[in-house]
Design a protein around this ligand. Sequence first.
Ligand SMILES: [Fe+2]
Length: 463
Amino acid sequence: MRGMIHEPRTSGYLSGVRRSRLLVPAVTALVLVGLAAARRAPTGSSDGSRPGASSAGPTMAVTSTPMAVPSSAVSATPEVASCGAVGIVHGPWSLRPTESSVLVRWDACREASADLKVTREGGGAPRTYTGTRRRSVVRASYDTEPGVAPDKAGVRYLTEVMVDGLAPSTCYEYEVVVAGPALRGRFCTARRPGDSFVFLATGDTNASTGKSDGVFAKVLGRTPFGARPDLTLHLGDMQYYDQVVESYATWFPAMDRLLRAGAIAPAIGNHEFERPHEFEDYYLRLFGGAGLEAPVEHYRFQSGGIWFFSLDTELDLAPGSPQGKWLEAQLADAAAQPGHRASVVYFHKPWITLSTYPNAPELRRHYLEAFRKFGVRLVLQGHVHGYERFEEAGITYVVSGGGGAALHDLDVTVGSRPAEAKARKAHAKRHHGTVVRVAKDRFEVRAIADDGAVLDTFSVPFR
Ligand SMILES: [Fe+2]
């Protein structure tokens, strides 16, 4: 598929690790190594707070943990010579918001600053947090095209700051404490149950096309709802090595506007595996741990009583599969939580589309009962580079893979998929983002193109 390179993966499944009982960096390393060993090849079925551990308060000791990858596996050496004055190569970005905390991360090529200054948006006294550094040897590399900034193998220090003691339903600005150009960002804590807020969904952010930032400019500022999104659900395919001119060294700066606008909660796409070790060294190392608890490849979190479920369509979702059983059990658990209002399920490869990509009608049929029973009315999908909206059996399925990658033909299978053609209510071959306002009893949704045009307007009741 589009020249992607898949790592050989072995069978297995990671479960049962409860990060809340452990220090984040240590468990992150444990989970990521375990997950890398546990991934398996895709099946055909879906083609187509920590609320501040007491030991990790506002000020944490800077530590270097053991390498996550055995040094014997690589021949690379630290790229200190090209490390720059500040030493931070990627980020910052944030993830895993709760009502009282958020994680802020950045990646460094040496033991750079681990200090973060946080201020309430709109003013207030700044507070400084100190994070932990996790030393890893990155094996993935990319240096094939002249003029494209390379990704080099070598030692990296992922810095992670647990920013806790925060107020719910509040947005903050942060700044990495460095003697150099400011590295700033913004995040919002999870909303109190019942609160209104805005979130963004986007996928397939192939930033080398030059289209991504145009989308972000229109959907990350003041939206039609009068508020900025708290966070972004990334629908998968974050970076595209197979577009030849895109490396992580070029992708991160092009994604700055999105990564610094609020927390990111990604779903795993097929393009996360294009180069040897890419998945472990980039996706998992940098973005793993976005959920409230392990496992990492599919996870959940909540804000304002809306529970979000990120699935991994590179793993089996068939009825009875480990991920499928997890989903059904966790949907039920979320629906029983105090303050639950609705749940949103999101993933990469769509279950319904009229593009050339496969559908998964068997998955739509199977999960319908659980979706109806446990309050899922909105499903967000990526992989298809464009916008589609379907309404089927009381569920709204949105395809929103318009985050920058080259656009797809959305009518390829109109003639051969009559049921899906009947269910499609809107589509647009446009770069765009989907902005969702959580209102009192419904989701109000706008699909907004990179020129600001509103491509689609609809709402989805919570029940
Ligand atoms: Fe994809």
